[in-house]
Ligand binder design. Structure first.
Ligand SMILES: NC(=O)c1ccc[n+]([C@@H]2O[C@H](COP(=O)([O-])OP(=O)(O)OC[C@H]3O[C@@H](n4cnc5c(N)ncnc54)[C@H](O)[C@@H]3O)[C@@H](O)[C@H]2O)c1
Length: 263
């Protein structure tokens, strides 16, 4: 393979969860630009339709399907349908996730205030949703002995994070080891499983809090690079992990955080 083919996804098919907004939308755009037919999925139908229509202006291989990752039967159905329609599924991004609100930096985020309904909801989407997406994908990738699965985790899953809620940090820590476990099981089948662990990106998560000027100000001291990232800055790493360029990377949890986890 020549060097210029390392990031080429021509002829490949991809699926992204949580693709109507933020990082998922940026990831889908990168996959499309690299040539992959990309099924963008999201629980928010209106936002999804708008985003798919926007991307289709430049990328005719963009498609959309409504999917709530907290519903494992729906995940199976959408993945199975994608395989039926496209004949194969080369790459899946388990990206959908939600915030658990503030961390212990504010009183309401402290341990004695953690409540079960909210904890369960975060786990159902951030952890069970990732499991459902991995499981549905692997059923197709394993027999074919080919596939890439990339999970959007967080640096809040690697270390304590005063700004993130308990359910969030626990869910992201759990997916990191889910990724390692799956990577080792699936390596003999040439199915590579990795995680991206972002620091703060200016998306809609947590009510768009990271887009506010006060967050930008806080990150000036909190992040070595001194700023919040923009969603498009995820694209290089996403493309690396989806493409032939990463043929020897599996089981990795890769921070993309302006240096935050190096502290
Ligand atoms: N933005 C950050 O600073 C940051 C940092 C670390 C990790 N992450 C992770 O990145 C991923 C994407 O988040 P984002 O920042 O782009 O947020 P976002 O809110 O902009 O986008 C998340 C998308 O996921 C969708 N979604 C929510 N629940 C869903 C469900 N049950 N099923 C399917 N789709 C669902 C939303 O409708 C939305 O379109 C999440 O897993 C998040 O935890 C984000």
């Amino acid at each position: 393979m020549s060097v210029h083919q390392l990031f080429d996804l021509g002829g490949q098919t991809a699926l992204v969860t949580g693709a109507a907004s933020g990082l998922g939308s940026a990831i889908a755009e990168a996959l499309l630009a690299a040539g992959a037919r990309t099924l963008m999925t999201d629980v928010d139908e209106d936002a999804l339709n708008a985003r798919v229509a926007l991307l289709r202006k430049h990328h005719p291989l963009a498609e959309g399907a409504v999917l709530d990752v907290a519903d494992p039967d729906a995940v199976d159905a959408v993945v199975d349908d994608a395989v039926r329609r496209y004949g194969q599924l080369d790459c899946v991004f388990a990206n959908a996730g939600i915030s658990a609100g503030r961390g212990f930096a504010v009183e309401t985020g402290q341990l004695e205030h953690v409540e079960h309904p909210a904890w369960d909801r975060v786990m159902r989407i951030n952890l069970d949703g990732v499991l459902a997406t991995l499981r549905a994908s692997v059923r197709h990738m394993k027999p074919r002995r080919q596939g890439r699965i990339i999970v959007t985790s967080s640096i809040a899953g690697i270390r304590a994070e005063p700004l993130s809620g308990y359910a969030y940090v626990a869910s992201k820590a759990a997916v990191n080891n889910l990724v390692r476990q799956a990577a080792v099981e699936l390596a003999p089948f040439n199915v590579l499983v990795n995680a991206i662990a972002p620091g703060p990106f200016a998306t809609e998560i947590n009510g768009g809090r990271l887009k506010l000027p006060e967050s930008a100000e806080r990150m000036r001291t909190y992040i070595p690079l001194g700023r919040v990232a923009q969603p498009h800055e995820i694209q290089g790493l996403a493309l690396l992990l989806a493409s032939p360029a990463s043929s020897y990377i599996t089981g990795a949890v890769i921070p993309i955080d302006g240096g935050a986890s190096a502290r």
